[in-house]
Design a protein around this ligand. Structure first.
Ligand code: SIN
Length: 477
């Protein structure tokens, strides 16, 4: 058994929490405990708030160029430590190594982008209606920002929030998921190495509900930024009401992928493979239900099945692995339940359909003959399963695609530009991949419509989430 290290939290420039009970972090590929973190609660959350509050004045008073410099250093350090960060991520949540390396680069790209954006937080001068007045708007950092992040992207979901927060002049508290907190510990070490002043970035681990209570019960936390389930997002909206906190939410998805009969089938297959099997299907924006027009249906099912047969399932530490384990037993049980339900309701299995005999692995699976009565056509599966439904027309595909409370990401495959434009204009989704299964980028807005969230992360809109406009009407008499 590997050495089990007890990692710590980081509050006000100190590694703390060794007096607390610990929580195990388990490798989902082996079931082994690979480390522990302190099981912090309300008191630790409160200490982090105090530290972030005390650091706010000096951090927000640095010039944008100075804050940018810190972010650039952190970006460089992340890239220098790519292998170490990636390995930690793979061990704690089972993402295949090649994807973990990709995530480290993706995570660092938010720091690079927001290091540059820090210098472009412009205000404006508004033409006046009165000769003796001048009207100006400038942008103030919103204040202490607390980030609650998920296990599936343990580095990128932190930096997508931390980059704009620090760039804007906010101080920051990270509360990573209990399933994968160790990547955050590594990131915290790099923040220290980058020389980010004490209290500007803090890390608390432990009970989500107790730590969140500390964030919500303190008026000095002005920003809550969360990625996770819609259910928890709704609770956070309610909890933030007392102090009218500024809330950004990136919540659940149930992405439709439309293959229209004038699509290039090879491009559509490549796009679906890229979208669906990222992180073994445990990605909020991955395609969850596939609608294929009847003229191209048989050919598409055949080609996607061939492509899926080529995926290698196995030890995520090996560079050749495409699909690692699911995060935990609940995740596996959900995927099994969705597949069983679909098969009982008439789905035809072209490949896969079973969990591996040991551990948390589920075979990449292709199902055809899907229909809306199946649970997986109504809810996010979060696993490596492709359910394909035949549709007769573009209108039917759009109607089915929009028939959900969610609106995070959608995908459309067609070679006809007018048709693609027309279809996309009717889709109620915050992100659309057109002939493209991998739309995420640091410089582009990421976020959902309807019950998939509030606000956008990334791009210049990502900065808006951490600033407030202050309007000044100046008398000239
Ligand atoms: C997510 O699953 O929420 C993150 C996916 C991405 O950033 O592309």
């Amino acid at each position: 058994m590997a050495d089990v290290k007890n990692y710590l939290m980081h509050i006000n420039g100190e590694w703390v929490g060794d007096e607390l009970e610990t929580k195990d972090v388990t490798n989902p590929a082996t079931g082994e405990v690979i480390g522990t973190v302190p099981n912090g609660g309300e008191s630790e959350g409160a200490k982090a708030v105090e530290a972030a509050h005390n650091a706010f004045d000096s951090w927000s008073n640095l010039t944008a160029y100075e804050r940018s410099g810190y972010l650039k250093k952190l970006n460089n350090l992340m890239l220098e430590h790519e292998d170490e960060l990636a390995r930690m991520m793979t061990l704690e949540m089972g993402k295949p190594m090649k994807e973990s390396r990709g995530e480290v680069k993706y995570a660092a790209s938010f720091l690079e982008w927001f290091a540059e954006e820090a210098k472009r937080v412009y205000g404006e001068t508004i033409p006046t209606h009165a000769a003796d007045k001048r009207l100006r708007v400038w942008k103030k950092p919103v204040g202490v920002a607390a980030a609650i992040t998920p296990w599936n992207f343990p580095a990128a979901m932190l930096t997508r929030k931390m980059g704009p927060a620090l760039a804007a002049g906010c101080t920051f508290i990270m509360k990573p998921s209990g399933e994968s907190p160790l990547t955050a510990v590594k990131l915290m070490e790099l923040c220290e190495e980058a020389g980010i002043p004490k209290g500007v970035v803090n890390l608390v681990t432990g009970s989500s509900s107790k730590i969140t209570k500390a964030f919500m019960g303190d008026e000095r936390v002005r920003k809550i930024t969360f990625t996770g389930s819609t259910e928890v997002g709704k609770t956070l909206i309610k909890q933030s009401a007392d102090y009218v906190k500024n809330v950004s939410l990136e919540l659940g998805g149930h992405a439709p992928l439309l293959v229209l009969d004038d699509a290039d089938v090879d491009i559509a297959v490549k796009g679906l493979m890229a979208s669906k099997f990222r992180n073994a299907g445990q990605t909020c924006i991955c395609a969850n239900r596939i609608y294929v027009q009847d003229g191209i249906y048989d050919q598409f099912v055949e080609k996607i099945t061939e492509a899926v047969k080529g995926l290698k399932v196995g030890n995520p530490e090996e560079d050749s692995t495409d699909i690692g384990p699911l995060i935990n037993q609940d995740g596996l049980d959900k995927v099994k339940h969705h597949v069983k339900d679909a098969v009982e309701k008439g789905a035809e299995v072209h490949f896969g359909g079973e969990s591996e005999n040991n551990g948390l692995y589920f075979e990449p699976t292709v199902l055809s003959n899907a229909n809306p009565s199946m649970v997986m056509m109504q809810e996010e599966t979060f696993g490596p399963v492709i359910p394909i439904q035949k549709v007769g027309s573009e209108e039917e595909a759009i109607k089915l695609a929009n028939d959900t409370p969610f609106g995070l990401a959608a995908y459309v495959f067609t070679e006809n530009a007018a048709r693609g434009t027309r279809v996309i204009e009717q889709l109620d989704y915050g992100i659309v991949g057109w002939n493209n299964g991998a739309p995420s980028a640091a410089q582009a807005p990421f976020g959902g419509m309807k019950e998939s969230g509030l606000g956008r992360e990334g791009g210049h809109e990502g900065m808006d989430a951490f600033v407030e406009s202050q309007y000044v009407s100046m008398g000239m008499e």
